[in-house]
Design a protein around this ligand. Structure first.
Ligand SMILES: C=C1C[C@]23C[C@@]1(O)CC[C@H]2[C@@]12CC[C@H](O)[C@@](C)(C(=O)O1)[C@H]2[C@@H]3C(=O)O
Ligand SMILES: O=C(O)CCC(=O)C(=O)O
Ligand SMILES: [Fe+2]
Length: 328
């Protein structure tokens, strides 16, 4: 089915209903690995069910998120601006991108929280245990999926996952809050842009993203050529998407899917997404292993995650950052 939706008067985009792959992680490993590799090649996106993250840990994290966003604005601003860790509202990044949301970005690695950052869980008033328990579970889930990917691709088991498991991994947790359309009591002030984009089109720069949202719709993935597929909300599943680094490490065999979130149009319910970005340590060298190159020439030059990240942060949300690292 194709439905035309008006994003802005000069540009008609098509919304297509596609079957998003749903992978049951209780399947035999070899079967799950095969299905995941296929989903990564076809869409760079899939959902997982029977993922093993306990419901009470998700619920506690979600409650903490709602509590934070329902605080008065001065309390939220007090945690510091999302530069790169802290609270942000409507402005995404430092290059002028805007969204109809507010968010909180948290570092996940205890080592850097203690040593290099002014920002830690306690600053946002979130319960330290709720955040650490959630992060521990989703990190483990990300590693499990990366190990299935390694199995499916025929590379050593921890080839990708060790980067996310490392004590100095640069993984992040991001909480996005899309307030209800008519909520005037809320401390978040909706912009005057009339845009129905909540979080603009982009790819995630890291290795793998695990997104979980409450039952409110909004996420869409790009099918290319201006076609978008809505992702039905499912509080029991995690959405998984390939990041730019995994695209580079697979020499483009997997796609870092472009996605966006629509602004919340419900009058009475907020949308909350909890997003874990599994990232390498800053000095890790990102390159495609010879087993995956086969007879092909490498498409991207080797780079460190620190180099990629500084390139990312110097550019706008919607840019195709990996192009800069392409071998001509
Ligand atoms: C405009 C920007 C925000 C962003 C950094 C960037 O310069 C380009 C990528 C953006 C993004 C998208 C995925 C994640 O939400 C994020 C935390 C990331 O790593 O890259 C954001 C960055 C951000 O909001 O700070
Ligand atoms: O909230 C969503 O559904 C998408 C958020 C997202 O893409 C991000 O935080 O990078
Ligand atoms: Fe994203």
């Amino acid at each position: 089915m194709v439905v035309a939706t008006e994003i802005n008067p000069s540009r008609i985009e098509k919304i297509r209903e596609v079957e998003i792959p749903v992978i049951d992680l209780s399947l035999k490993k070899s079967k799950a690995a095969k299905l995941i590799v296929k989903a990564c090649e076809d869409y760079g996106f899939f959902k997982v069910i029977n993922h093993g993250v306990p419901h009470h840990i998700i619920k506690k994290m979600e409650d903490e998120g709602f509590d934070f966003f329902h605080k008065p604005l001065p309390d939220k601003i007090r945690v510091g601006s999302a530069n790169p860790f802290g609270y942000g509202s409507k402005n995404i990044g430092l290059s002028g991108d805007k969204g109809e949301l507010e968010y909180l970005i948290l570092q996940t690695n205890q080592d850097s929280i203690l040593n290099t950052s002014k920002f830690s869980y306690s600053c946002c008033g979130c319960d330290r245990c709720a955040v650490s328990c959630y992060v521990e579970c989703v990190r483990e889930l990300a590693c499990k999926i990366l190990e299935l990917i390694a199995k499916g691709l025929g590379v050593p088991r921890s080839f990708f996952s060790h980067l996310v498991r490392r004590f100095d991994s640069d993984s992040l947790l991001r909480l996005n809050h899309y307030p209800p359309v008519s909520d005037t009591s809320h401390s978040f002030q909706r912009g005057s842009s009339n845009s129905n984009i909540g979080f603009g089109e982009h790819s995630d720069p890291q290795i793998l993203t695990l997104l979980r949202s409450n039952g409110v719709a909004g996420l869409q993935i790009s099918l290319g050529n201006g076609n978008w597929a809505p992702v039905a909300p499912d509080p029991h599943a995690f959405c998984v998407n390939i990041g730019d680094v995994l695209q580079a490490m697979t020499n483009g065999r997997f796609v870092s899917v472009r996605h966006r979130a629509m602004a919340n149009t419900l009058p009475d319910r907020s949308r909350l997404s909890l997003v874990f970005f599994g990232a390498p340590p800053p000095q890790a060298i990102i390159t495609c292993p010879p087993q995956l190159l086969k007879q092909n020439e490498p498409r991207y030059r080797a780079f460190t995650w620190a180099e990629y990240k500084s390139h990312t942060y110097a550019h706008r949300l919607g840019e195709t950052r990996l192009d800069h690292f392409k071998i001509a």
